[in-house]
Design a protein around this ligand. Structure first.
Ligand code: PEP
Ligand code: MG
Length: 881
């Protein structure tokens, strides 16, 4: 059972065993970069420790042996009063969990080695500063001593001696601080251990334990990371960025993580140690300034960054330290980035030849495109911009401000949209961030916690609004004399780095050139066609613009809802006989023709599926209560009326409303979603579908005479038996032939597959269908027996929490159940008609996982809502690769 590897023995492919950081350090050693010496305690050791709650057998001895080797390599002695070896004890899980786990620096310093460090560096101030840092970190991490008590002491000393920054403190003052730190230990019944080995072992255990800290567990839960991975522990010989102005420490990315632009992007601080940059104590400088301040080290850095990016074939997020002008790499990993940057980096890397086009397509998660197509703030000039900060994560978010994660969680339970406002965020805020629309912070830079997390979550954020004062206790913020309190509404514009008062108009985002390229590449790989669900000509236009290749579902009922149409529709429903019905339908005919004509024009050259009327008719009638109220108020007027003519008119009104009430009552069903709808209506009231088919064919003729090619596909909803379709097809085909006359138009007849029975007898149904389109909304409803209108609001959250269903089946097709039925329908359907065209038009058609499934079972296309078409194009390509 081997628990330890030296850096020379590992490599990047060993991240599971050595953790991300350890594997990276080993890889960098292999690449010949300047990395401090050290060794890695494996994740296996951590797992063994968690199981038995003590250091696994033999580990302590191995650590001691490896420390000996490290002493030899560095020529220093652990705890020595001459040239002491100091190490950092760093956590490093297989999957990066930024800031979630602990790290302790300067381990090995004690009163004795302090002398050694002072002498070997000839820098007493530096040695004392390192020592107080160790006491502080060790105390908080190992013994859980309150961080604030240490900070208060530093603060006091700074005030007492009139020092502005920590770095201004003099050696004697730091010595005083160190002594007072000992008192903090004492106050809590502890002592700082002078034995370096004890420091080391306790630190290692503390890092092991931090794997199960509440915030680490919460982070893993949110990010779906397994609890069984464990963390590795890296023991790294210390190099110092805080020996003076010839030293520095910083973090940087090989490309801009916000825009994706190819440039070294990051921050550093002269004369500082790692945690200073992240903690935001001093404002860090931009990496480009390093070229002037420490040119040799900068050159080394640029070279190392290039080597790393080539080797990892991805954008790297690096930590470095410069000790007396000498450059060291401390960490590298694939960097987190905004959705926009993800696309640009993937496309540019493919163009540079660093990765293939296929890899570029596989690197962009389809869901991440969502925010790129997301709205941005649309300025009219009337908005009140409250403040400016850094544009940390793009997009616009609107919500009520809250000042703590707890409040964010609390309010979001009631579906309140919140913006989390904090002085700065820490790992403890991740839960609150996950329920907020966007973030606003007073402090921090582009690599601060808030910035990194917001980009990863794809939520808008503005950070570092220095002119703002956040008062967490009073739940308020002040900026330029304006005070906002919890519940006030703001807009966070993460694209421009501003925040504005109140609700702001939003506009569709300008989609960049890189995404166009990526989607074009995707189109060459995908096998699935991509159509759009569109209910109005306007939606059809967006669908075309986003690359939709036709309409997979136009729900005609949506056309009857507006203006006078609804009135005609109501008269049609209330018709007493077929003649009456036909009369009203004829009034609707020109309106339908013009709608369809618009559709066909927009979709020139592409297929358009028009679905005949589907919902139960009562959906077009007013609410019963509403009608009762109207009758009541008409009756009141009647009592007050005295003119005969007026009474007459009121009487007619009452009669009409009563009639309406009668129809509503007669249409009332116990379970309308399983009731009188879809083809059942079509069979019972032939005139409705006949009129719709007339309209479709006439519109097609209109558009054809404009010289445009179109392919109407007429779709019958809710078919469960072959007879339903055969009867309707025969009837409607006659109408179509009649309307078509001498015009040479082709059209198709097909059906939705949304009733489980239809899947089973798909072969028989297919004999009468040119195409199938899976209506997975109804198919899911009927397969599970979950009401599609109630499940999500009532019990789905609980079902997901209890893992009764792995996903909401109304968002992602349930492959195991509903999916099996679909497979059956595809196989049997194609047996019944080998030219059958098959697609999906339920909501799930825009979901990446569902699209992958549809690709697998051999559908011809998916149909998604207009805004999700880019996601669908990319998903379909990824499914094919
Ligand atoms: C479906 O049932 O999946 C479907 C697309 O039709 P509707 O949602 O209109 O019932
Ligand atoms: Mg349906």
């Amino acid at each position: 059972n081997r628990y330890i590897y030296t850096f020379e023995e590992g490599g990047k492919e060993m991240a599971n065993l050595l953790g991300g950081k350890g594997a990276g350090l080993a890889e960098m050693k292999k690449l010949g970069l300047n990395v401090p010496d050290g060794f890695i305690i494996t994740t296996k050791a951590c797992i063994a420790y968690q199981k038995s709650n003590k250091m696994p057998e033999g580990l302590n001895d191995s650590i001691k042996e490896n420390m000996k080797v490290l002493e030899k390599k560095t020529g220093k002695g652990f705890g020595s009063d001459k040239n002491p070896l100091l190490v950092s004890v760093r956590s490093g899980a297989p999957i990066s969990m930024p800031g979630m786990m602990d790290t302790i620096l300067n381990v090995g310093l004690n009163d004795r080695s302090l002398k050694g460090l002072t002498e070997s560096t000839k820098n007493r101030r530096f040695a004392l500063d390192s020592y107080r840092r160790l006491k502080q970190m060790f105390g908080t991490v190992v013994y859980n001593l309150p961080h604030d008590e240490f900070e208060e002491i530093i603060q006091e000393k700074k005030e007492k001696y009139g020092r502005k920054n920590d770095t201004d403190l003099k050696a004697d003052e730091l010595e005083e601080i160190g002594k007072e730190f000992d008192e903090v230990y004492k106050k809590h019944g502890k002592t700082f251990p002078q034995d370096p080995e004890k420091q080391l072992f306790l630190s290692i255990e503390a890092v092991f334990n931090s794997w199960n800290s509440p915030r680490a567990i919460a982070y893993r839960e949110i990010n779906k990371i397994s609890n069984d991975l464990g963390t590795a522990v890296n023991i790294v010989s210390m190099v110092f960025g805080n020996t003076g102005n010839n030293s520095a420490t910083g973090v940087a990315f090989t490309r801009n993580p916000n825009t994706g632009e190819k440039e070294l992007f990051g921050e550093y601080l002269l004369n500082a140690q790692g945690e200073d940059v992240v903690a935001g104590i001093r404002t860090p400088r931009k990496i480009s300034e390093l070229e002037k301040q420490l040119p040799d080290a900068y050159r080394d850095f640029v070279k190392s960054a290039e080597i790393l990016e080539k080797n990892y074939r991805d954008m790297q997020d690096m930590e470095f330290t410069i000790e007396n002008g000498k450059f060291f790499m401390l960490q590298t990993r694939n960097g987190k980035r905004s959705a926009r940057a993800t696309v640009r980096i993937a496309v540019e890397m493919a163009k540079e030849g660093l990765i293939t086009m296929e890899e570029a397509v596989l690197r962009v998660s389809p869901e991440s495109l969502d925010i790129l197509f997301h709205p941005q703030v649309k300025k009219s000039g009337k908005e009140r911009v409250l403040g400016h900060g850094l544009a940390a994560s793009p997009g616009a978010a609107i919500g009520q401000i809250v000042f703590s994660s707890d409040r964010a969680v609390e309010l979001s339970r009631n579906k309140v949209k919140v913006i989390l406002v904090r002085p700065e965020t820490t790992a403890d805020d991740v839960r609150g961030m996950s329920v907020s629309e966007g973030f606003l912070t007073q402090k921090g830079g582009m690599t601060s916690h808030a910035a990194v997390v917001s980009r990863a979550m794809g939520k808008p954020a503005v950070v570092g609004v220095e002119s703002m004062k956040v008062n967490v206790r009073e739940r308020s913020l002040t900026i330029d004399g304006t005070i906002l309190r919890e519940g006030d509404i703001i807009t966070v514009d993460g694209t421009n780095g501003e925040f504005l008062l109140g609700v702001t108009d939003l506009e569709e985002s300008q989609v960049g050139e890189h995404i166009e390229v990526l989607l074009k590449w995707s189109d060459t790989y995908r096998k699935l066609g991509i159509r759009s669900n569109a209910n109005t000509p306007e939606e059809a236009i967006i669908a075309r613009r986003n690359g939709g290749e036709g309409i997979g579902l136009a729900r005609t009922e949506r056309m009857f809802l507006g203006g006078d149409r609804i009135e005609i529709m109501r008269s049609m429903i209330m018709s007493k006989n077929a003649e009456d019905r036909q009369f009203n339908l004829t009034k609707l005919l020109p309106m339908q023709i013009s709608d369809f004509t618009e559709f066909f024009r927009t979709m020139e050259g592409f297929p358009v599926i028009i679905r005949l009327l589907d919902p139960p008719l009562h959906e077009f009638l007013p609410d019963k209560e509403e009608v009762l109220n109207r009758i009541y108020s008409l009756k009141i007027k009647m009592i007050k009326a005295n003119e005969l003519k007026e009474i007459d008119e009121l009487m007619t009104g009452i009669n009409r409303e009563n009639e309406m009430l009668g129809v509503i009552r007669s249409l009332e069903e116990f379970n309308p979603m399983l009731g009188f709808r879809g083809c059942r209506l079509g069979i019972s009231f032939p005139e409705i579908y006949e009129t719709q088919v007339r309209a479709i064919i006439r519109a097609a003729i209109n558009v054809m005479s404009e010289g445009k090619k179109i392919i109407p596909e007429i779709m019958i909803p809710l078919v469960g038996t072959e007879r339903e379709l055969s009867i309707l097809r025969e009837r409607l085909e006659k109408v179509a032939l009649d309307e078509k006359g001498h015009y040479n138009i082709s059209y198709k007849f097909g059906t939705m597959i949304e009733i489980p029975r239809a899947c089973v007898v798909a072969d028989k149904i297919a004999a009468y269908a040119d195409f199938f389109s899976f209506g997975t909304n109804d198919l899911t409803q009927m397969t599970f027996g979950y009401s599609r209108d109630d499940a999500e609001g009532k019990f789905m959250a609980k079902y997901l929490e209890e893992k009764i269903v792995p996903n909401d089946p109304f968002r992602t097709v349930d492959a195991e159940g509903v999916g099996e039925l679909m497979k059956m329908a595809v196989e049997r359907g194609r047996k019944g008609n080998k030219n059958l065209e098959i697609g999906i038009c339920g909501e799930q058609g825009g979901d990446p996982e569902t699209i992958e499934f549809c690709h697998k079972i051999g559908l011809d296309y998916v149909s998604a809502s207009p805004y999700r078409i880019p996601i669908a194009r990319l998903s379909a390509a990824r499914a094919a690769l």
